[in-house]
Design a protein. Structure first.
Length: 548
């Protein structure tokens, strides 16, 4: 192909270079071919191929996780495609940018970009751009687990596609699959079945009217997943015969050559189905098949399903271990969703860390040069090294003191963030707000006695019993007022209690004593949670108190 490219010119040469780039797309040097195509397209002043090359460059940088080059390439490509009115590419680039921000955990930035994208779509009178916006909004809400809001955006897209862009049918099929999943998550089983029917009709229409445009679109994986969705919906409403028939059809289509990512989703649906059916051994087998795929991070909901299945089969030790892993994962994810109002502190801390590392690298270079001068400078070199080491140790200690001083202000900012998040998002509750408020007041009164939350055997069930309610309403109340899970709430109370104990009695109790008295099962768990919350280990915090 390179020989053909060398002996051609004009559009024919660009077409050859494009084909070569597509062949190399999955290889390490793909970016070199994209740059070559861009240079030749600019040389020929061909706007179509220039825009195509710029789009491919951003996708390659995104796949390589080269964020710095990805953002600069995206900015260049968006400016060019907008100038040349290549609106489809312009909004595809916008999509890629928003997906990257979501992937990095910058949800506020992603929502801001979505708003700007909507403004551009309306200003340019580009309806397909608006559809991209609404689907992005739905994806962002879905990632944040605001399922009702996500459903509203997806339904808006489904309606617009049906009205204005009925072809290709595959677009509505893919979107309909998302809606099927989300309606099940919010518990609207009749709507789940309704959308299963709609998507199935679309799939059957594709099979009846298959054209060259659609010939590469496989319907097997869609039918496989849809029948699994049917089975799960039917078993949830007690329609066991229909559920069995649907699952048999799902298993039939599972025998086809289905991509691993779709097979993985199928396994998760099967595990949930067999769990609801009471066939725990089969459910666990599908969970294990799910884990064997190793494509994406293990989702939290599947971890909880696995824990429930293990408990149902009598494997309480395994269930406890899985639930602990889930809690650790949930805590880790929550740490990634810090408030924008405290992001400045984090940025300052990161800048200081980078400056410190740069200073260390500079000192290494200085030390290497000093060594070349010979033995006569050894004494001076040692003196300099000792001085610098002392200086750096003092600097680190000073940073720890700054962190110590920021602890209380950070707590305040975190509480404000939770209030902001509660204001920004609404929740559907099955009991009235007044009842939630009264239960929350009762909870606060009960928690004034630290012996309640420092009891290491405290569970959501036992706490609900003390409050005269059930676990579900207790969970809803804590989520509504604090945007926290039960475990996160209890751990925060225990951490605050532990910090006060260290502050008042740092000469009386060991760290192990504090961990046990605060209700933590192990020192390791206490140490990890304390550092995550305050930026210092319990021992470091205690040392600073002794010096102050």
């Amino acid at each position: 192909m390179k020989n053909v490219m060398a002996n051609t010119d004009g559009v024919e040469k660009l077409e050859t270079m494009k084909s070569l780039l597509l062949l190399k797309l999955a290889e390490a040097d793909a970016i070199d071919y994209a740059i070559m195509l861009e240079e030749e397209a600019r040389k020929q002043n061909n706007e179509e191929f220039t825009g195509y090359a710029l789009l491919l460059k951003t996708l390659i940088y995104g796949d390589d996780i080269n964020k710095e080059k990805f953002f600069s390439a995206t900015e260049e490509a968006m400016a060019y495609t907008l100038e040349k009115k290549q609106l489809n590419r312009y909004f595809l680039l916008y999509n890629s940018l928003i997906i990257t921000y979501r992937g990095e955990g910058y949800y506020e930035t992603a929502f801001l970009k979505i708003s700007l994208m909507l403004e551009d779509a309306k200003k340019l009178n580009y309806l397909l751009g608006e559809i991209h916006v609404y689907e992005n909004m739905g994806d962002a809400y879905f990632a944040e687990k605001h399922y009702q809001k996500a459903l509203e955006e997806y339904q808006k897209v489904f309606s617009l596609l049906s009205t204005h862009f009925p072809e290709p049918l595959a677009n509505r099929v893919e979107l309909g699959r998302k809606i099927v999943d989300i309606t099940y998550l919010i518990g609207d089983i009749p709507l789940t079945i309704l959308y299963c029917d709609s998507v199935m009709h679309l799939v059957e229409e594709i099979e009846r009217t298959r054209s060259k445009v659609m010939e590469n679109f496989s319907t097997s994986f869609i039918k496989n997943l849809l029948y699994a969705n049917y089975a799960l919906a039917y078993i949830s409403t007690g329609r066991e015969k229909e559920a069995t028939d649907a699952m048999n059809m799902a298993l039939k289509y599972a025998e086809d050559n289905i991509m691993d990512m779709h097979r993985r989703l199928f396994y998760s649906l099967c595990s949930e189905y067999y769990y609801k059916k009471g066939e725990y051994k089969t459910a666990l087998e599908y969970i294990e098949k799910y884990e064997e795929q190793h494509i994406y991070t293990f989702p939290e909901d599947v971890m909880l399903t696995k824990s429930k299945i293990q408990a149902a089969t009598g494997n309480f030790e395994g269930a406890y271990k899985t639930e602990q892993e889930y809690r650790e994962l949930a805590n880790s994810l929550n740490q990634q969703k810090l408030s924008q109002r405290i992001s400045e502190l984090r940025t300052i801390h990161q800048v200081e860390k980078i400056e410190f590392q740069a200073e260390q690298e500079r000192l290494k270079m200085v030390n290497m040069r000093l060594l070349v001068l010979g033995l006569t400078f050894i004494v001076l070199l040692l003196a300099c090294f000792i001085s610098i080491t002392i200086f750096n140790l003092n600097k680190i200690e000073q940073k720890n003191r700054v962190l110590y001083q920021r602890i209380k202000s950070q707590e305040t900012l975190e509480l404000e963030l939770r209030e902001m998040q509660h204001t920004n998002y609404s929740y559907d509750h099955k009991i009235s707000d007044n009842e939630h408020d009264r239960l929350y007041i009762s909870l606060k009164e009960l928690m004034k006695d630290e012996t309640n939350y420092t009891d290491s055997n405290l569970t959501r069930k036992s706490l609900a019993a003390k409050l005269g309610t059930n676990e579900k309403y207790l969970h809803e109340t804590i989520t509504k007022h604090l945007d926290l899970s039960f475990t996160e709430y209890i751990n925060l109370l225990r951490l605050d209690y532990a910090r006060e104990m260290i502050s008042r009695h740092f000469n009386e109790f060991t760290i192990e004593d504090v961990a046990i008295r605060s209700g933590f099962g192990t020192r390791q768990t206490f140490h990890r949670l304390f550092r995550d919350r305050y930026g210092l280990s319990p021992s470091e915090f205690s040392k600073l108190l002794k010096k102050s």
